[in-house]
Design a protein around this ligand. Structure first.
Ligand SMILES: [Zn+2]
Length: 492
């Protein structure tokens, strides 16, 4: 494999049964017209072969600039009428086809000519029968591929610039022809994994189906970091606190890199505001007040609540800022991957009658999504790569022992965690942070799927983007049993 990459083609069917007849007609028109243009180009090449083709190392090569000179006119309305006339004027024959598309057709025709020359074959005898697809390149936004998970018709859509511009009131409208794709998980994985280079739209007359062939450039990247890989697990606490634990290349948690993140002064301010609000609410509810007095108190309450909201936000900001600073400093020493435990169904699970009322209330107040989004945003501003900060599900990480993976554990109170199997006793949030860091390694080493989902953005990151994987498996080979099977432990 070369550094420049490997070209592969992924073929995806268009959901033709759900698109409108107008779209279908457009597709037919565009592809039909494209093949006609390519054929005309081929005719022009063969007609002027002596003028266009030069022989290099026994191979004939077409000069594209000369071909353009023969086929395209630079026609400008006012300044220079007909700067030159072309022998095979394609713009005249296909006035609704843009310059870009004509040149894409030209490239196709030249490629076909070259291949025919290489095979020493004559031009096809009956070119009327076959449709020749045009290759559309991905640069200059010739097409867009998007994923819309909430769409009921299709998850993946491709928007091709509609080359037959609609003409309304003598003005051209550049539309996009949006086509729904029938993507399987394999296609999704492939399309996510690599760089899109080009596409062609094809019609299979026997099946009566439209297909899109994506031409992908797979750039295999070697793991080249001089720093050792490491995973930082972060467990978010309800009470405006986060714990981080660093899983180092030795396969152990670094004792000196355990951090608790919170902002005590801000938390104190927040608590005071909350107390004031509670006090005011009591006064308003109990005593019989005059209307004017009550109104002024309600006004006060309103402003206090506003202050509480901003204080909540500021508290998050301050401790996330510190966390970002720390992550960047650790990132200088290690090739760092950050994983945040994201409680997915926590609101759903804390229903009435379940759990303690106070814990239910805390969960409803807890804005974990904002914290994770802030962290992601602030790291992205510092140029942190997207797949290096992931939010993954944290279910069961708080009740699993991080040393022996036993679930035979208890939490006598909120901060303490005790394992009955191995007698491990530590802070419960720290235990969670360790488990979260290990979970990422498990996802990579014992993959159930081809990609890892980020719970906040909903994006899928293919396992190949974790270039650390081969290195991780190397240094975990001796430690693997400690991490992946119950029994052995990871010392803290
Ligand atoms: Zn244990």
């Amino acid at each position: 494999m070369t550094r420049s990459g490997v070209r592969t083609t992924v073929k995806v069917r268009v959901k033709t049964d759900v698109i409108t007849t107008r779209k279908r007609k457009r597709l037919e028109q565009i592809t039909g017209r494209d093949s006609r243009i390519i054929k005309q180009y081929l005719k022009a090449i063969y007609h002027n072969e002596e003028q266009l083709a030069t022989t290099k190392k026994g191979k004939k090569k077409v000069n594209k600039a000369k071909l353009d000179h023969l086929t395209l006119t630079t026609y400008k309305k006012n300044k220079l009428p007909n700067r030159h006339t072309a022998r095979h004027d394609l713009k005249k024959n296909f006035p609704r086809c843009s310059q870009n598309e004509l040149q894409e057709c030209r490239d196709n025709a030249v490629a076909i000519y070259h291949s025919q020359q290489a095979k020493n074959s004559a031009p096809a005898k009956d070119p009327q029968l076959k449709k020749i697809p045009r290759i559309q390149l991905s640069h200059a936004k010739r097409f867009i591929l998007t994923c819309s998970p909430s769409n009921s018709i299709a998850r993946w859509w491709v928007g091709i610039r509609d080359s037959l511009d609609t003409t309304k009131n003598k003005t051209h409208i550049h539309e996009k022809l949006w086509l729904p794709l029938a993507c399987s998980p394999y296609h999704e994985y492939k399309l996510n994994q690599v760089k899109l280079r080009a596409l062609e739209v094809l019609y299979y007359p026997k099946k009566k189906e439209w297909w899109i062939h994506f031409i992908l450039l797979n750039v295999p990247e070697k793991y080249s970091s001089s720093r050792p890989p490491a995973v930082l697990g972060i467990d978010l606490g309800i009470n405006k606190r986060a714990v981080s634990a660093l899983l180092t290349p030795k396969g152990t948690i670094n004792r000196h890199e355990i951090r608790f993140w919170s902002d005590k002064t801000r938390k104190k301010l927040l608590k005071e505001t909350e107390q004031k609000i509670a006090k005011l609410q009591k006064i308003i509810a109990k005593t019989s007040l005059s209307v004017s007095k009550k109104n002024s108190l309600l006004q006060q309450l309103k402003s206090l609540r506003k202050r509480k909201r901003t204080e909540h936000k500021l508290t998050d900001h301050t401790y996330v800022n510190r966390l970002v600073k720390y992550i960047l400093s650790v990132g200088k020493r290690y090739d760092l991957y950050v994983v945040v435990g994201f409680p997915i169904h926590i609101r759903k699970n804390h229903f009435r009658g379940n759990f303690h009322p106070r814990s239910r209330k805390n969960v409803q107040k807890w804005n974990y999504r904002r914290v994770v989004e802030l962290l992601k945003f602030k790291l992205s501003l510092q140029g942190w790569e997207e797949h290096k900060i992931l939010a993954i599900g944290e279910s069961w990480t708080s009740s699993c022992c991080s040393r022996c993976e036993s679930y035979h554990t208890i939490r006598p109170n909120q901060p303490t965690f005790i394992c009955h199997t191995c007698g491990y006793n530590l802070n419960a949030d720290l235990n969670g942070a360790k488990n979260i860091a290990k979970r990422l390694i498990k996802y990579v080493l014992q993959p159930k799927y081809n990609s890892i989902k980020d719970q906040v953005s909903g994006k899928f990151f293919p396992l190949s983007s974790f270039r650390v994987f081969p290195v991780l498996s190397q240094w975990l080979q001796t430690k693997q049993s400690h991490l992946l099977t119950p029994g052995a432990g990871v010392s803290a």
